[in-house]
Design a protein around this ligand. Structure first.
Ligand code: HMG
Length: 386
């Protein structure tokens, strides 16, 4: 049985910051971000948008009533949880009107969580072929004002429907993982923002890729010649490009071919920033919606990396008619976001919810986007569908 991605949707908050403006405000050469990191803009979320509202928007864009009646598992991959106990998937299950007899869970392992969700979904569909599984990768990446990671922030969610006989991409059974206990990026429970050993994290990203890829080649007998494109985890676009260069180092022709596809695969990431668990799938969406040269039957190689670290290399094959599931105006939608200046960005992205003694939100602004945090009453988050 073929199992894979049947639909894919994306949502970003409606605010954006130009990294050239950020560079000027921080007295940095704008080319460091534009050329050095290969990033041009980043998405900025207000306090009324969180992993639940962004995830709901991404999923609502792709789900039909028929899907909602067939979904019996909702998986959220995130490292920006809104609660230490209750899964964001439970809020999402309700907001999206999914039939009640479903399992709803949250998976955490830095940027890798949603990839683990994909494997879990595949196993579930193999057991129950008529089921559908909704995976939502939703995160808000914040490193703090004037921090080293500031230009690599972002916010957004990708939703994927996993089914038998999928309409976009079959997931092949060639997954290879690696776990490596390192402290490259982590966030203790008492910290608002992650701690990061930036340079070490970039080295580990690449070393995990090259060593896992060697094992992948050994185990599967496949090589880069088998793939039309590669999608990598994109903390910032230059990191992905360096990863690609690291595994193609002895083969210039393959590197040139895959680099052309790579640039199509970062069109959205460059203007959204790091969305942690969703970054690799945003890159897939970018590739599918911006590449004219991909075709049915083409295989795509994936490298998912979550700090800490767990990584996975796997592949998928495009199916007939996959283009019918995609949008042609997504970049126009992203270009229509409200542009913030640096003062507005600092105020909006780093605003914190104020609670009174009873745990009720004070002065939470009204947000008319399709899903929004409406209130907090006695420490309970209340969401609104507009
Ligand atoms: P930095 O120290 O500010 O930057 O931090 P840099 O000095 O390394 O410069 C960056 C690049 O810009 C360099 O290019 C410079 O040469 C270039 P490279 O040599 O590496 O090719 N540059 C310029 N280029 C053109 N014109 C100029 C100019 N100046 C410099 N004028 C760092 C960069 C990424 C470390 C920082 O932003 C950071 O800490 N980010 C967060 C950590 C991160 O994203 N790590 C990536 C790997 S780990 C990962 O992917 C997991 C993650 O997503 C989390 C998770 O799993 O949950 C982060």
């Amino acid at each position: 049985m073929n199992i894979g991605i049947d639909k894919i949707g994306f949502a970003a908050p409606s605010y954006v910051l130009d990294l050239a403006d950020l560079a000027l405000a921080r007295q940095i050469d704008p080319n460091k971000f534009k050329v050095g990191l290969l990033q041009s803009e980043m998405a900025v979320a207000p306090i009324t948008q969180d992993i639940v509202t962004l995830g709901a928007q991404a999923a609502a864009a792709i789900l039909t009533d028929e899907d909602k009646a067939a979904i019996d598992m909702v998986i959220v991959g995130t490292e920006s949880s809104i609660d230490q106990s209750k899964a964001a998937a439970v809020f999402l299950h309700q907001l999206l009107d999914i039939q009640p007899f479903a399992r709803s869970i949250e998976i955490k392992e830095a940027c890798y969580g949603a990839t683990a969700g994909l494997s879990l979904a595949k196993s579930h569909i193999a057991q129950f072929p008529h089921s559908k599984v909704l995976i939502i990768a939703s995160d808000i990446a914040k490193y703090g004002i004037a921090s080293g990671g500031e230009p690599t922030q972002g916010a957004g969610a990708v939703a994927m429907l996993v089914t038998a006989d999928p309409s976009i991409m079959i997931l092949n059974n060639d997954n290879v993982c690696q776990t490596r206990d390192i402290m490259d990026f982590w966030r203790p429970n008492y910290d608002k923002y992650p701690r990061v050993d930036g340079k070490f994290s970039t080295e580990q990203y690449t070393d995990c890729l090259t060593t896992t890829f060697d094992y992948y080649v050994e185990k599967t007998g496949k090589s880069l010649a088998d793939f039309a494109a590669m999608c990598l985890h994109i903390p910032f676009s230059k990191q992905g490009l360096k990863g690609l260069q690291a595994i193609c180092h002895q083969d210039e022709e393959t590197l040139n071919r895959l680099t052309e596809r790579f640039h199509e695969a970062i069109v959205y990431n460059k203007v959204v920033g790091n969305i942690y668990t969703g970054s690799i799938f945003l890159s897939l969406l970018s590739l599918l919606e911006n590449s004219q040269s991909l075709k049915t039957g083409d295989a795509i190689l994936f490298y998912s990396y979550g700090s800490g670290a767990v990584c996975e290399i796997f592949s998928g094959t495009l199916v007939e008619g996959y283009r019918n599931q995609l949008l042609t105006d997504r970049l126009d939608q992203l270009n229509a976001r409200k542009r913030l200046d640096v003062t507005e960005y600092e105020a909006i992205f780093f605003e914190e919810i104020k609670l009174d003694e009873a745990g009720n939100a004070i002065d939470l602004p009204l947000d008319d986007t399709p899903f929004a945090l409406q209130n907090i009453e006695q420490h309970k988050r209340i969401y609104r569908k507009n």
